[in-house]
Design a binder for this molecule. Structure first.
Ligand SMILES: [Fe+2]
Ligand SMILES: [Fe+2]
Length: 179
């Protein structure tokens, strides 16, 4: 049985992951409106990936006999100065999420909640990937320094993203169309 404290903390993470998705939808919309079609595509897949994170936490809470308590989700920002700023903020956001996962892990360890610890390990690894992806893209935009050809190349690269690996990794077996 999962503790009340851990259930509350995991429910807060469900809300945090929903906010991540909300933020990335907003970023995707801004990128699209500004003509960064590839980046908008990348960000909309990132928004969908966050929904998979929600589902993982949601299923884990229910599987352990906990109850789902959804909290309010604040409105994300809607405007950025550049695609570089979007990815810098996405990177900063992922660093914050990493800190949230770390404190969940600390709580699991303090409660000797081994099931939660093993479950959270996936997210510890995932956060390294999330930070690395957003950082690498921000660095590319920095190198392009707002120049047309560079921006076009980055956009083409981001346009190629797929969610294949994620679908294979999803614990739920729910196909993306059913999310
Ligand atoms: Fe996430
Ligand atoms: Fe990821």
């Amino acid at each position: 049985m999962i503790s009340k404290k851990m259930t509350t903390a995991l429910n807060a993470q469900v809300t945090a992951e929903l906010y991540s998705s909300y933020l990335y939808v907003s970023m995707s919309a801004w990128l699209q409106a500004e003509g960064h079609q590839g980046a908008a595509h990348w960000m909309s897949l990132q928004a969908r990936e966050e929904i998979y994170h929600v589902i993982k936490f949601y299923n884990f809470i229910l599987d352990r006999g906990g109850q789902i308590r959804l909290g309010p989700i604040e409105a994300p920002p809607a405007k950025w100065k550049s695609a570089l700023e979007v990815f810098e903020q996405a990177h900063a956001h992922e660093q914050k999420v990493t800190a949230l996962i770390d404190s969940l892990m600390t709580l699991a360890k303090s409660e000797s909640d081994h099931a939660s610890e093993i479950f959270l390990q996936w997210f510890v690894t995932e956060q390294t990937e999330e930070e690395a992806n957003t950082l690498a893209t921000a660095q590319k935009y920095k190198l392009a320094a707002g120049q047309g050809a560079g921006l076009f190349m980055i956009d083409q690269e981001l346009a190629a993203r797929t969610l294949t690996v994620l679908v294979k990794d999803a614990l739920t077996g729910v196909p993306p169309t059913a999310v």
